[in-house]
Write a protein that binds this ligand. Structure first.
Ligand code: BT5
Length: 258
């Protein structure tokens, strides 16, 4: 793996650019990254009018209750390992939730942070690269902080949760963002100097996916089922079916049998 250890440690959150409202912090971060914004830049909004999930899905981002932000990274790694950044971010989020709020969250591959079976946080990573190098990555994070049950729309009522609902306490977004900043700086440094090994260990320890029976879906169509055994260096999920065949998946949804 081609990692460049020679550069100075980056500072996450410098600058931190805050908006009352944006369509999507990922879109704004992309615009800034194209214009040369420095690595570590964070774009935050109190409300998003068109918050994005994966595959054109919508991310509900009402004002005053969530942490909606995007970080620009420019890691000197081979683009084929880019998905590691999503796994790294998930590790950071689980660490921050436990440390600051006491909530024990788990990671559902590839990009969901769950408490029990409900989603408290989603990650949307986008990468811009050529054959040899990553130009920039933007990591969008949506963390439900102070939402009460009534703040979720009907579609999310049974599948979403928040820090407030899980802990009974309200938290200032800035407290969580600061903790995220510090934790990401630590894990990012580990990633660029030592590679993926420690991140994988931590990811597996926080995963609610590994060792479970899952169905892998592509556009709602089941394409494979089996028991999850781990993740590889490309961030792919490894699933073994009843016939003993091990397959890796770099895309798709999984449903977990509980
Ligand atoms: C994600 O997509 O989970 C990635 C979400 C990333 C959002 C952040 S906010 C800051 C940055 N700027 C953006 O525009 N996006 C990023 P996905 O796995 O596709 O999940 C989307 C699904 O999650 C939706 O279809 C809903 O079912 C559910 N969902 C939507 N809003 C939610 C919310 N606030 N809390 C929990 N679940 C939600």
């Amino acid at each position: 793996m081609n990692l460049d250890c020679s550069k100075n440690q980056i500072i996450i959150g410098k600058p931190l650019i805050y908006y009352e409202v944006l369509d999507s912090t990922n879109l704004k971060a992309q615009e800034l990254a194209e214009k040369g914004a420095q690595e570590g830049t964070i774009v935050q909004a109190d409300r998003q009018s068109a918050g994005k999930g994966r595959l054109g899905r919508k991310w509900e981002s009402p004002p005053g209750s969530g942490l909606w932000f995007t970080i620009i990274l420019r890691p000197k790694i081979d683009p084929e390992y880019g998905a590691q950044a999503t796994l790294l971010s998930a590790v950071v989020l689980v660490e921050v939730l436990e440390k600051i709020t006491g909530i024990k969250a788990t990671i559902k591959w590839p990009n969901d942070i769950l408490v029990g079976r409900k989603k408290i946080c989603g990650i949307l990573s986008e990468m811009h690269f050529n054959e040899e190098a990553i130009n920039y990555m933007i990591i969008g994070i949506g963390l439900n902080v102070n939402m009460d049950q009534k703040d979720f729309t009907e579609t999310l009522e049974d599948i979403a949760t928040s820090v407030y609902l899980e802990s009974g306490k309200k938290f200032a977004g800035n407290t969580l963002l600061e903790a995220f900043r510090v934790s990401l700086e630590k894990w990012y440094e580990i990633w660029v100097t030592e590679g993926f090994k420690k991140i994988r260990v931590q990811w597996l320890a926080s995963s609610g996916t590994i060792g479970r029976v899952v169905k892998v879906k592509d556009n709602d169509r089941e394409i494979f089922s089996g028991v999850t055994e781990g993740i590889d260096d490309y961030g792919c999920l490894l699933v073994r079916n009843e016939a003993g065949i091990l397959q890796s998946f770099d895309f798709g949804e999984i449903s977990i049998r509980y």
